[in-house]
Design a protein around this ligand. Structure first.
Ligand code: SAH
Length: 216
């Protein structure tokens, strides 16, 4: 059967995301607009709107749409936000963020994946995403502070440098736990300096490898 994008994306939104608590219209619209089939190998195109992760090469995966939506919704992205993403991968999450914010900085440690994301993003006109190759577990001090930080690889703990690079009033979404299963946490740095942590759900991300992450 021919791939029918509209039918597939509507099914994902109506049958998977909304019933599971993704209610923010701006997030749903971003999921509707961004073409996930352009961020995965063409051989997997027919499965672009399945609610599961898919391989993107280099032993890495593009996250499950529900997790992308959940993290984006929890971060409450504003049009004026400057966002930092750790783990560019395919560039899909970066594209979702780029739809909702003013600028996205995204760090990837594997050069070939960053190049893949660059092609995926720039061919679709996402010119407000800046891609950096390096160890994102230490953040990006030269462009800090950030309104929002999203970590899309599993960390053993919240890296101190990332927490310091978060603005007061800012939010960070990060999977924290073991190498194979984690707790998806939302961390809020309140204006009065207090820190609030909540758990969004259990999850499985590929490991964050680096100075403030796991060893290779
Ligand atoms: N957000 C991506 C999925 C990311 S998968 C998407 O939408 O497709 C996690 C990515 O984090 C992998 O590509 C992995 O190489 C990268 N990664 C792991 N440790 C990292 C680190 N310390 N700095 C930057 N990227 C890292």
């Amino acid at each position: 059967m021919k791939f029918n994008r509209e039918k597939e994306v509507e099914h994902l939104i109506e049958r998977e995301l909304k019933p599971d608590g993704i209610t923010d219209e701006r997030v749903l619209q971003a999921l509707y607009r961004v073409k996930r089939e352009r961020f995965i190998p063409q051989s997997l195109k027919d499965r672009a709107y399945g609610n599961y992760p898919l391989p993107i090469g280099e032993n890495q995966t593009i996250s499950q749409p529900y997790i992308v939506a959940l993290m984006t919704q929890a971060l409450d992205i504003k049009p004026s936000d400057k966002v930092l993403e750790i783990g560019t991968g395919s560039g899909y999450q970066a594209a979702i963020l780029a739809e909702l914010s003013s600028v996205v900085y995204s760090i990837e440690r594997i050069e070939s994946l960053s190049a893949y994301a660059r092609t995926n993003l720039y061919s679709q006109g996402y010119n407000n995403v800046f891609l950096i190759v390096g160890d994102g577990s230490v953040g990006l001090p030269e462009y800090a502070p950030f309104d929002k930080i999203i970590v899309t690889a599993a960390a053993p703990r919240v890296p101190d440098p990332l927490f310091s690079q978060l603005k007061k009033g800012g939010k960070m979404a990060i999977p924290v736990g073991g190498r194979s299963v984690q707790d998806l946490q939302l961390i809020e740095k309140a204006l009065n300096g207090r820190v609030y942590k909540s758990s969004l759900c259990g999850c499985r991300f590929v490991p964050l490898i680096g100075g403030e992450g796991w060893k290779d």
